[in-house]
Design a protein around this ligand. Structure first.
Ligand SMILES: *Cc1c(COP(=O)(O)O)cnc(C)c1O
Length: 451
């Protein structure tokens, strides 16, 4: 485009007042506030101006207003398609909820509830009362409470049990969980003094025993969720720690992380201890996340001995870490699925337990919807994600797309609905493990539009 044409295109750009006077434009804006409408017009004109300045031969088009309106008025938090194959993706909201939990949320969200009211007694009750019995049944613990996430559970445990005292932790477990959540810093924040024992790869029960002093407030064991130490290793079993704690009258806390409530039977995924097995080992307190392997809403559970939980419940921090009614509702419904042995309806467990044959069948379904899009079916290894099971390598079946991977990956991310894929050896892979069968059509459409 030569300079004269460029100046002409720029001069031809309409003013906002001109646009507002056009009947076609005012009808486009009619369902929005005037302020949002004017912002959309400014944005639409500015984007055309930028493209002209960048050398494109374009004119103002009212369809640009439609695009700007959609961007400005649409939600910023959107449903996306997870084609990364990572089941617990922290950036993608971790666990999707089960239909049973969604129905419960829909029922409760628009009305009042007995959130802090005991309907039998007519007295004030605790907000997590609805899930205490379920959590005790499912873990074998005496008592339970729920806070905002597992990070909050750890903060509360250290704050309530070890403030102004010493907390003993193995050197091999002074971990960073992700998002800058580092166990040594949390302990410092809670007012506890860290006492490190053992070495990076080996910590024995005697190391803990020798470190106990009259100042000891807590023995803590942190599950290595997001990394593994292999080779010449040794660690104290929760059973040994529980026995030591009882003998020396020091409470023992296990931060178990992922919250596996019932064993998984999944290809390529080694088993982890269940929460019930950790409680049964005789420790006083166990903390875990609800939106990792448990498959529920974001929350952190603390289960254990009644006397210990009483101390945590009375702590002033507890009020600041409390969960809201939607979390209680979704968590109660999620736990009911375990109680009723329907836990395989949870999307996280269903996704993790897919067999290679089931993955292949889903990939073929998607492949059939991608007529005219150059692709092949590819096989590889996936990840569990969410800082869980770092050594697990579940089988991965994907549609590998032909074309420039980086730009295709970006176009998919900005598609409607947005599609998050993974790049493997300069190819975009659409891993089908976390794509629901009901999402295949929408995924195929987004891919067709982006290729
Ligand atoms: C994930 C994890 C946490 C943090 O849990 P959030 O629910 O994300 O706050 C803490 N400890 C361990 C061992 C974990 O795996």
């Amino acid at each position: 485009m030569d300079e004269t044409t460029r100046m002409e295109r720029l001069r031809a750009l309409p003013s906002i007042d001109e646009l507002l006077a056009r009947p076609t434009v005012s009808s486009l804006l009619s369902t929005h506030s005037r302020q949002l409408g004017v912002t959309a017009l400014r944005e639409a004109v500015a984007s055309v101006r930028q493209r002209i300045l960048a050398g494109e031969d374009v004119r103002f088009d009212e369809r640009d207003v439609v695009t700007a309106l959609a961007r400005l008025s649409g939600p910023k938090l959107k449903r996306v398609i997870n084609a990364t194959g990572v089941v617990l993706h922290t950036n993608l909201g971790r666990a999707p909820l089960a239909p049973h939990a969604i129905t419960r949320l829909a029922h409760l969200a628009g009305g009042y509830s007995n959130l802090e009211l005991d309907l039998d007694e007519g007295e004030r009750g605790s907000r997590y009362a609805p899930v205490v019995e379920l959590l005790c049944q499912l873990t074998g613990a005496e008592d339970a409470m729920v806070v905002n996430n597992c990070a909050a559970a750890v903060l509360l445990a250290f704050g309530a049990l070890a403030k102004g005292k010493e907390a003993i932790v193995s050197r091999g477990e002074l971990v960073e969980i992700g998002g800058g959540f580092r166990i040594p810093e949390v302990m410092q924040q809670s007012g506890a003094t860290l006492v490190e024992v053992g070495t990076t790869n080996r910590t024995r029960i005697d190391d803990y025993a020798r470190a106990i002093t009259p100042q000891t407030g807590l023995i803590a064991k942190i599950h290595r969720s997001n990394f593994a130490i292999v080779g010449f290793t040794e660690e104290a079993h929760p059973r040994e720690l529980g026995a030591l704690g009882r003998a020396r009258q020091v409470p023992v806390f296990v931060d178990a992380g992922s919250g596996l409530l019932r064993a998984l039977h999944a290809e390529g995924i080694p088993s982890e201890p269940t929460m019930a097995s950790i409680v049964a080992s005789g420790v006083d307190l166990v903390g875990f996340s609800c939106d990792k392997l448990l498959g529920g809403p974001q929350a952190g559970v603390l289960v254990g001995r009644k006397a210990v939980l009483e101390q945590l419940k009375r702590h002033p921090l507890n009020r600041a870490l409390r969960i809201d009614k939607l979390t209680v509702a979704a968590l109660e419904a999620t736990l009911e699925l375990y109680r009723d042995e329907r836990e395989d309806e949870l999307p996280v467990r269903a996704a993790l337990q897919l067999t290679r044959e089931q993955l292949d069948a889903r990939a073929h379904k998607l492949s059939n919807l991608l007529l005219g899009v150059p692709h092949r079916i590819a096989h590889g290894e996936g990840r569990v994600g969410g800082g869980s099971m770092p050594l697990a390598a579940p089988p991965s079946t994907a549609i590998a797309l032909k074309g420039d991977a980086v730009s295709l990956h970006e176009r998919l991310r900005t598609a409607e609905p947005p599609v998050l894929a993974r790049i493997v050896d300069d190819e975009v892979w659409l891993d089908v493990r976390c794509v629901a069968d009901t999402e295949l059509e929408a995924l195929a459409q987004a891919v067709s539009g982006a290729t």
